[in-house]
Design a protein around this ligand. Structure first.
Ligand SMILES: [Zn+2]
Length: 224
């Protein structure tokens, strides 16, 4: 009997604490507090936006509250990123459509990989050529790569590699990626000078860089 009462009181406090934590987050996001045999305090945000906080049993509630306060901005940024990604994700139907510059086109009788390879050769290759001339920035060769990490690269021999998935992106993001790589022909590192060079061609490159982040899930998703 005593045990049940203790348990009830304990549960009440756990509920109360969770209530407090969520007030801290302006009730915007619910955080599940999980106490256990953990060495450190740790936050995990799943792809569907669920937030879990793992904390050692001995850690005081004040410390947990301080931790959430300190991480609040990070949590909000992360959740925003997931929301953006899900918004973009839900607008694509990669099974039935190929995407060129963000426009859906039915595959018809063409195989998916041929569709995207053709799109790359027909749209991206001429675009690289044209932008190179227009910006007076040169490259020696262009090849298509299938990278899970980057959209493009330019090595010290000015050989440009572009991820075939850039075909799918909105046009202004493709232009940004190409000009970014072309600027590496002048400056190898992401120095201040490099960004001032990018800014000469794309004054709002900071916004575009942010926009591109929404599409970064494409790099790792299997769409072929
Ligand atoms: Zn770069």
């Amino acid at each position: 009997m005593q045990c049940i009462i203790v348990k009830k009181i304990y549960n009440f406090f756990v509920k109360f604490l969770n209530f407090m934590y969520n007030i801290l987050m302006d009730n915007k996001h619910h955080i599940d507090i999980i106490r256990g045999k953990y060495k450190n305090i740790r936050l995990k945000i799943s792809n569907n936006g669920e937030i879990s906080l793992y904390a050692p049993k001995s850690l005081s509630n004040e410390k947990i509250i301080d931790f959430i306060k300190a991480k609040r901005k990070w949590i909000e940024k992360h959740i925003e990123k997931i929301d953006n990604m899900n918004k973009v994700k839900s607008t694509y139907d990669f099974e039935n459509y190929g995407y060129i510059f963000n426009n859906a086109m039915p595959f018809g009788n063409i195989k998916k990989d041929t569709f995207y390879r053709n799109a790359f050769l027909n749209y991206i290759k001429p675009m690289v050529h044209e932008l190179s001339i227009r910006c007076n920035l040169y490259y020696t060769s262009l090849s298509i790569v299938n990278s899970k990490r980057v959209w493009g690269s330019l090595d010290s021999n000015k050989r440009m590699k572009l991820n075939w998935k850039i075909v799918i992106l909105p046009k202004e993001l493709i232009v940004y990626i190409i000009i970014h790589e072309l600027c590496h022909s002048q400056e190898f590192n992401h120095s201040k000078y490099f960004w001032s060079l990018v800014g000469q061609y794309i004054p709002n490159y900071k916004e575009i860089k942010e926009e591109l982040k929404k599409f970064s899930f494409l790099l790792t998703s299997k769409i072929l």
